[in-house]
Design a protein around this ligand. Structure first.
Ligand SMILES: [Zn+2]
Length: 386
């Protein structure tokens, strides 16, 4: 036994949290959020051998306890979720954002939320207690849920609950949300705090749910300057997105000096996502993730949106490879392709062959984001401190 080597590998350990029990739940046949995408991602990660690396621990998801949810969510809302969990839809549920549409009532919806939140708490514990440097919960990142309201496919806000756990351990946190939708629930929970710096990059609220996340939302009270928003216009491409990220995020992390970076890694920014209008490709996504890996002292990664399931599986597999410092061959493993074809997936390569998105609108988009970046530098940079 070589103690020095142990110390090095201990530092490099990573955790992937997953269970097939996710597949017991279903938002319904016409709902865009397909839980099967989690299994598909797990299958691709496994097929590439990324769970067999000596540094990797595969942790089976453990359900959170109801008391874990109560640190953020109200008692009356949790009671409504308990009723909904049995598949009962009461008239009151409407008042809490539940009902046909985005946030359907389905049997076991609270159990589903206890799993997604439990996995986030496992990821938080793994990293915060020093067992390893990186943990990934692909089922988490349900960033729209509010204290007493379901919103945008999210019932329980696992990023908020996880970050609250880190705060209770005295940690300073940077939250980076690269989902196409504004991370409104997380921003709101920490809007008055200077111990959590929330940074959300998303399609502008002028064209996309939830209609918030403008650059002038910068926090309040002690938290003024500790909320940062990039509202990208529709058809923003990789170049503009990565440029804006580089202009702002590294500097803020350098100044704030977080103990841990928590990220929401939604994949609904891609040009071929059916719900949104940004024009990113997996190549831009990869550049941002590599940058986050270099910037984060410790990293808790959560999933998020993504409604083209081929994109989800390939992008989160690439993300997990980056987290582990591994290069993957471009050709998708044969064992995965068989399963993927049954689900209508045609891509045979990890990064696929991203088509060049139409660039006609990007001159105006560049000017708009130069204005936003300038605004952030003028208003936020002077306020953020260690
Ligand atoms: Zn989203």
């Amino acid at each position: 036994m070589n103690p020095y080597r142990d110390r090095v590998t201990g530092e490099m350990k990573t955790a992937f949290i997953y269970t097939d029990a996710y597949l017991d739940y279903d938002y319904g046949p016409t709902h865009p959020l397909r839980i099967a995408r989690l299994k598909l991602t797990y299958d691709l990660i496994k097929a590439y051998g990324l769970l067999d690396l000596p540094s990797v621990q595969l942790l089976p998801t453990l359900k959170a306890e109801e008391k874990d949810l109560a640190v953020f969510h109200s008692e009356e809302y949790l009671n409504i979720l308990k009723q909904a969990n049995e598949g009962h839809f009461t008239g009151d549920a409407y008042l809490y954002g539940l009902g046909p549409g985005d946030n359907p009532v389905f049997p076991g919806l609270l159990d589903w939320s206890l799993l997604t939140t439990g996995a986030t708490l496992q990821a938080i514990d793994f990293v915060a207690s020093g067992k390893g440097k990186v943990a990934f919960n692909i089922a988490g990142g349900l960033h729209h849920a509010m204290r007493s309201r379901a919103s945008g496919f999210c019932y329980i806000n696992d990023p908020v609950i996880g970050i609250m756990k880190l705060l209770s351990r005295g940690k300073r946190v940077v939250y980076i949300d690269i989902d196409a939708h504004h991370g409104d629930g997380v921003q709101k929970a920490f809007y008055g705090s200077n111990r959590v710096l929330t940074i959300s990059l998303h399609e502008t609220g002028c064209s996309l749910f939830p209609g918030t996340g403008f650059e002038y939302e910068i926090g309040e009270g002690e938290g003024e300057g500790y909320a940062v928003n990039f509202p990208f216009p529709p058809h923003t491409d990789d170049e503009i997105y990565v440029w804006a990220f580089e202009e702002v995020v590294p500097e803020l992390i350098h100044v704030f000096q977080p103990d841990i970076v928590v990220t929401q890694l939604g994949v609904d920014t891609f040009y071929d996502d059916p719900l949104t209008s940004l024009d990113l490709t997996i190549l831009g996504y990869e550049r941002v993730l590599k940058r986050i890996k270099g910037l984060a002292p410790k990293w808790v990664a959560l999933g998020g949106g993504g409604y083209n399931i081929s994109n989800v599986a390939r992008a989160w597999t690439l993300a997990w490879a980056i987290m582990n410092g591994v290069e993957l061959k471009e050709e998708l493993p044969g064992s995965f392709l068989k399963e993927a074809m049954k689900m209508g997936i045609e891509e045979r390569e990890l990064r696929g062959r991203p088509k060049t998105p139409p660039r006609g609108e990007n001159k105006g988009n560049r000017a708009e984001m130069e204005r936003v970046v300038h605004y952030i530098k003028e208003t936020v940079f002077p306020k953020v401190k260690r």
